[in-house]
Design a protein around this ligand. Structure first.
Ligand code: GTB
Length: 216
């Protein structure tokens, strides 16, 4: 049985692979699991049928038989758990550490990164924007400094590439064109390494094809 995920019919990221179906697509590609995609409009995301799958009216969702999941990192964890040794090490301690990195990506790195991005997107015309921007940038840089120091010269966060790296890189990619990552060659190289993975490339192409089809 092929799982079905949901993604934006028209993604505001314009095919840059920044919407959160990207992490799920990438995980499915890493484990070699074929999947179907159901595209939804903003209106459909807020309708009862979708809210039954995703209580917050968002994408992505994941359906496999009777199992319905939401939250991209939880979906990645589920996919990884179904394929032991691919995105999660089999050895229990290493597996626990990889899961800790998934949580670190979502709970520690993501908040300042998303806040910085959102402010640039929706607060540019607000009187407080100029004053708040350095504060937000500082908060993001504190975490980027720490992550960069921890990664050091290693290819991945803890041994082989894992679901922890997949979620971490997904979060870091949100900084995109902000220029903030320019001061972090270690992290830029880390992201580039991840993006060069064939599974990432396939996932990126799949979401890009949706954008190009919609653009005509
Ligand atoms: N914690 C949830 C998860 O990880 O699954 C968050 C899901 C989420 O934020 N989904 C967004 C959504 O459905 C799309 S990805 N939003 C619609 C809504 O809330 O009404 C977030 C996103 C959107 C746009 C860009 N972009 O344009 O660059 C990047 C990321």
């Amino acid at each position: 049985m092929r799982p079905t995920i949901t993604a934006f019919k028209t993604s505001p990221d314009r095919g840059r692979g920044l919407a959160r179906d990207m992490a799920v697509r990438w995980a499915l590609e890493e484990v070699g699991q074929p999947y179907d995609t159901r595209l939804v409009t903003f209106a459909e995301m807020k309708a009862p049928a979708h809210l039954a799958l995703q209580p917050f009216g968002q994408i992505p969702t994941y359906q496999d038989g009777d199992l319905v999941l939401f939250e991209s990192a939880a979906i990645v964890l589920h996919v990884a758990e179904r394929h032991p040794g691919v995105l999660l090490p089999v050895e229990p301690d290493a597996r626990a550490r990889a899961i800790a990195w998934m949580f670190a990506a979502v709970a520690t790195m993501q908040p300042p990164i998303v806040e910085l991005g959102m402010a640039a997107l929706v607060e540019r015309d607000k009187p407080w924007f100029e004053a708040r921007q350095p504060l937000l940038e500082h908060a993001a840089r504190v975490r980027l400094d720490q992550l960069s120091a921890r990664l050091g010269e290693a290819d991945w966060l803890d041994g082989p590439f894992s679901a922890g790296d997949l979620v971490m890189v997904t979060v870091l990619r949100r900084l995109g064109a902000s220029g903030v990552l320019d001061a972090y060659p270690t992290l830029t190289a880390y992201i580039a390494r991840a993006e060069a993975r064939p599974a990432f490339q396939r996932a990126f192409a799949a979401q890009r094809a949706v954008f190009e089809a919609a653009a005509g």
